[in-house]
Design a binder for this molecule. Structure first.
Ligand SMILES: NC(=O)c1ccc[n+]([C@@H]2O[C@H](COP(=O)([O-])OP(=O)(O)OC[C@H]3O[C@@H](n4cnc5c(N)ncnc54)[C@H](OP(=O)(O)O)[C@@H]3O)[C@@H](O)[C@H]2O)c1
Length: 262
């Protein structure tokens, strides 16, 4: 299947490891020019170099904290200057800590809102004018299964990420006329560093071993295993492609069937 993505400019936020990195690499493998960011320049440089070696893709990588509105504005401007625009933007950030509601502080809530809601706002408002100029664009928010089904002890994610769904639907409605498609991708439990942290925190709280925690997550999905970052990335790339040209305003879960609803 020709995805029609060759030479498109794909900006993938928070992409030095995990699902973001797999997504940046998947766009590179489709012939996109790729822009990446993360807070740690060292890890980002290494990740970008790995992609360049494997795919002979043009990769732009610059340190940026996605919770900093001015830094996101500078990043998007730098990408547009280097590549002549931004066609595809995948918003992403690290996930909030695992806590029950009474253990959360006001700072936890502020940080979660900044990382997991406002970062998407900052990217959207900076990339949309570039996309309007070309009458073509894709914005894909990388969130979580929590946008459809709450996860125990992830109250920060459960509450804050649903606001992203409202944002996605609103942007899809407002900018569809400009050829901009906006969708949300919600991973289920996916084998990354983030999941190791979650397993550690649940192990401490429950007295179960980390292996038991991982096994429980796998057992809860009809496919009886965790997801791989590449499986989330492939769905994001499909949504960005010409093959998903009539899909907008949707949440697509990539969760091995873990979502229990219809
Ligand atoms: N893995 C799962 O099972 C799963 C399931 C559902 C949802 N999710 C969500 O999907 C997203 C990606 O998950 P993941 O598992 O790939 O996470 P991960 O392995 O922890 O990777 C997070 C990436 O984001 C970067 N990052 C974090 N905070 C940032 C910030 N403020 N500004 C810029 N970059 C930032 C990190 O680099 P630096 O630290 O250098 O900035 C790193 O590259 C997270 O929001 C996570 O909660 C994950």
């Amino acid at each position: 299947m020709d995805l029609g993505l060759k030479n498109r400019v794909a900006l993938v936020a928070a992409s030095s490891q995990g699902i973001g990195l797999a997504t940046a690499e998947a766009f590179a493998s489709e012939g996109c020019r790729v822009a990446m960011c993360a807070r740690s320049q060292q890890a980002l440089t290494a990740a970008a170099e790995k992609i360049r070696k494997r795919h002979t893709a043009e990769v732009f990588a610059e340190a940026c904290d996605v919770t900093d509105a001015a830094a996101v504005e500078r990043l998007v401007a730098a990408v547009a200057e280097r590549f002549g625009g931004v066609d595809i933007c995948v918003t992403n950030a690290g996930g909030p800590p695992a806590k029950g509601f009474l253990a959360t502080t006001s700072d936890d809530w502020r940080r979660a809102i900044e990382a997991n809601l406002l970062s998407a706002v900052y990217f959207a408002r900076n990339v949309i004018p570039h996309m309007q100029g070309k009458r073509w664009g894709r914005i894909i928010t990388l969130t979580s299964i929590t946008t459809r089904q709450p996860v125990a002890d992830l109250v920060l994610s459960n509450a804050v990420r649903t606001a992203v769904v409202g944002l996605v639907k609103s942007l899809a409605n407002e900018f569809g006329k400009d050829g901009i498609l906006v969708n949300n991708v919600g991973p289920g439990f996916t084998a990354t560093e983030r999941l190791k942290e979650l397993a550690k925190s649940r192990s401490t709280a429950s007295g179960k071993t980390e292996q038991e925690i991982f096994a429980g997550w796998a057992a809860d999905a009809p496919l009886k295993r965790l997801g791989e970052p590449r499986e989330i990335a492939d769905t994001i790339v499909w949504l960005a492609s010409e093959r998903a040209s009539y899909v907008t305003g949707q949440t697509v879960l990539v969760d091995g069937g873990m979502y229990k609803g219809l």
